[in-house]
Design a binder for this molecule. Structure first.
Ligand code: ZN
Length: 140
């Protein structure tokens, strides 16, 4: 156990392994239906629009806007040591929605704020969370 070891790691399946391996390599992946073009997040082996399983892996930008957010003070037992933390809903620029944590001071958050993905180095899988996407935080 290291300080990066997750107490409640995501469940990795034969299908989702591609997503988690991608995250480890610094890419944020999801699936797009090759029949109707619908993109989903999280990745799904079957298209929820047309119910076909002809999906392909595509890379997301990891950038989007904050739709909503809330601070969690009374956390589930496995996350109590991390509370308080802030959960958010983000609409990515590719028009898919995801739920995650956002790492920012509460007073700096606002609806429609630009956010970008940040990959957290953890074991056994990396995690993704969001940070505010301001010019001075751009990584070179
Ligand atoms: Zn489809």
């Amino acid at each position: 156990m290291t300080e990066n070891t997750l107490v409640y790691p995501p469940r990795v399946t034969a299908f989702t392994r591609t997503f988690w391996d991608g995250l480890r390599d610094g890419t944020f992946l999801t699936t797009r239906c090759q029949d109707c073009g619908h993109m989903t997040f999280p990745p799904k082996p079957v298209c929820p629009e047309c119910w076909k399983s002809n999906v392909e892996w595509v890379e997301l930008s990891g950038r989007g806007v904050l739709v909503s957010y809330t601070e969690v003070s009374a956390a589930p037992q496995m996350f109590e040591h991390e509370a308080p933390y802030t959960l958010c809903i983000v609409d990515l620029d590719e028009s898919v929605r995801c739920v995650s944590r956002v790492l920012a001071a509460w007073d700096d958050l606002a609806p429609d704020a630009r956010v970008r993905l940040k990959i957290r180095d953890s074991v056994p899988t990396p995690l993704f969370e969001f940070v505010l996407d301001t010019d001075d935080e751009l990584e070179v």
